[in-house]
Design a protein around this ligand. Sequence first.
Ligand code: SF4
Ligand code: SF4
Length: 268
Amino acid sequence: MGDHTDHTEKSTPHELPLYQKVEVPSQTSETARQYMAQMVDSLDAILELDLASFAANKTLPAKLFELLSEALDCYDHYIEHIVTAEGWDVSCRRGCSACCEHELARGVTALEALNIYRHVRDWEDIGSLYEHAAENAVTFQQLLAEEMRREPGPLGPDDPRVTKAHLAYNRLKRPCPFLDREQGACRIYPVRPLVCRFFFNLSPAEWCDPDHEGYLKRETRCMDPYTAVQERLHAINQRLGIRVLHFLSGAFMTLAGNVMEGKPLQLV
Ligand code: SF4
Ligand code: SF4
């Protein structure tokens, strides 16, 4: 594990340590700021495109996805910079996929779901991907409904009932629909959502099994993009006028089924 003792690292604990967010000096270094500024520029350029035609005829400028890809590259560089600068000894490696065997991947936006849909729409197994995502989504919704029956009331931000349902979901070990289980690899790697890019484990990889006694003691890292980036992503979603469930399988299910109705996305 990297040495964090020299840094002014601050953990913001969840009531259950699923996503441990930290603040570290390299997040605001000149290099990090530049990557985030470039990401904002790419997202601002998306906001200048004609996004209104999506609602009318499911058509979008092809340029949108070029710009989104640039934005995601900036984000990957930002993460890489922080991991290197902080000297984190990350256990995550290609082929290590226990997390993808059970993870819900919360915090997925409509734009990300659209990017994934565009990527997989013509795959031969699109039908089974959709069914798999739908089964995952229904399972999580049922777990959340149980939590809400136990403790009624409107859901708030960082609601502990969502975290409890998330943890119960992880323990059911339902694989992500986009995981190639033979290769232990992500099939949508270039378009995977931000949440799959910013989560790292610094503890032994075997602790990532929800049945392992170390699971809730893992030292993990989540690096959100700057608020300015999140605001742009929100603004793009508003302009697109799409509402999806905010976890990966749910977002894909609602986007593919309710929004696109299985039809191809038209690019101009
Ligand atoms: S989070 Fe855990 S299972 Fe996933 S890649 Fe990292 S070490 Fe492996
Ligand atoms: S999208 Fe890819 S990285 Fe994310 S959980 Fe699924 S398989 Fe893993």
